[in-house]
Design a binder for this molecule. Structure first.
Ligand code: KG4
Ligand code: ZN
Length: 357
């Protein structure tokens, strides 16, 4: 089954062609991602109206490129998938409406994919990852620990009570005068800094759940920076290193709790899967590795281009859903908010999936 996938929920315009083989393996035929970072950088963050306009201007070309790079046409794909939310509604409308038009004209099935579900299933695109597994999703908009029990079967174990982890990196970077997006900048500067110089809080540490709270940490960085201003280069590097250490310690503590909670409810997970832009952070990957080993499981992290927003994960989630007999009507609405638990489950037995479902 060959599916065209479209992603437009935030500041990446992306289209991809992905194949799901009968044995459940995935093949990426193309994955074209156009980042709008340059358009948003002057504003220090994503501007929804600019994002929506950029998607309108670029999407047709990106789709043509994604199809043509491996010789596909609208006639030779088996289905079309688009992220129908959650995300910035202007962008979501652009992607979903385009997918509906393609489905209508070609008569191919439509899969309106939840963007978080696509992150959740992306590990299965690159390697055999049977259900159930524990997902740690950390991006600019989301921080969640989720039990992934099957296609359309997700239970949230933990979430953030305020800022997402990527957002905490971005806001910390901004207050230190670093450009958007802040995560990679903070990680780079942290390499030269002293992670012990500032003792920032580890919010909710050892609390008996798997939730996060990060807004206090960002405030602590601001207060420390104000106390020692003007900041030298060393000060900025030390603030970045101490902040990143606090985040990494927090991730370790919260994911550990999440894995324990997973085991208590669903037995041993087949893997701890990390996804979202923050999974690119090396310090965070290291603590995830520790947490996985301690819980007697393995860590699976898709390559960076599949961790950040991309069309291939949308195409793949669409293919997994279509393979279970799930497709959507042309009357489906785009959604700015769409919790994972509200994603529909197959009502019929799924086709045999590699590793069971
Ligand atoms: O998943 P993503 O590409 O987009 C969404 O937010 O959905 O994630 C982007 C986020 C940004 O907040 C960015 O600062 C963060 O991921 N990020 C990082 C790193 N690379 C990207 N955060 C920490 N360390 C990194 N190396
Ligand atoms: Zn995302």
């Amino acid at each position: 089954m060959v599916v065209l996938g479209i992603e437009t929920t935030c500041d990446e315009t992306s289209a991809a062609v992905v194949e799901r083989l009968p044995d459940g393996r995935g093949v990426i035929h193309s994955n074209v991602v156009l980042s709008q970072i340059a358009e948003h950088t002057p504003f220090g963050g994503v501007v929804p109206e600019i994002a929506a306009r950029a998607h309108v201007e670029q999407l047709d070309r990106i789709i043509r490129q994604a199809l043509a790079s491996d010789g596909y046409t609208f006639g030779t794909i088996d289905g079309v998938a688009a992220a129908a939310g959650p995300g910035l509604i202007g962008g979501v409308i652009v992607g979903l409406t385009t997918a509906k038009a393609i489905a209508l004209v070609t008569g191919k099935p439509l899969a309106a994919v939840n963007h978080l579900e696509a992150h959740a299933l992306s590990a299965r695109l690159i390697q055999d990852t049977p259900f159930p597994y524990c997902l740690f999703l950390a991006s600019g908009g989301h921080t969640q620990i989720v039990a992934v029990r099957g296609v359309g079967d997700y239970v949230r174990i933990g979430t953030t009570l305020d800022d997402a982890i990527g957002e905490a990196f971005d806001k910390t970077a901004k207050l230190l005068g670093l450009p958007y997006p802040g995560g990679p900048q903070v990680e780079q500067l942290a390499r030269r800094g002293d992670p012990q110089r500032f003792q920032f809080p580890r919010p909710l540490a050892r609390r008996d759940n798997a939730d996060f709270s990060l807004s206090g940490l960002k405030t602590a960085v601001r207060l420390a920076a104000e106390r020692i201003a003007p900041l030298s280069e060393t000060d900025v590097a030390d603030l970045c290193a101490s902040f990143q250490q606090a985040i990494a310690d927090t991730v370790f503590d919260r994911v550990r709790m999440g894995l324990a909670s997973f085991r208590a409810s669903y037995g041993a997970p087949t893997a701890l899967v990390a996804a979202g832009g923050v999974a690119a952070n090396f310090a965070i990957r290291r603590v995830l590795e520790f947490a996985a080993v301690e819980a007697g499981t393995k860590l699976v992290v898709p390559p960076p281009e599949l961790c950040t927003d991309n069309g291939a994960m949308i195409a793949w989630a669409g293919a997994e859903r279509l393979a279970c007999g799930l497709s959507d009507g042309l009357d489906i609405s785009p959604r700015a908010r769409w919790p994972l638990e509200e994603v529909s489950k197959p009502t019929m037995p799924a086709l045999p999936l590699r590793g069971g479902s």
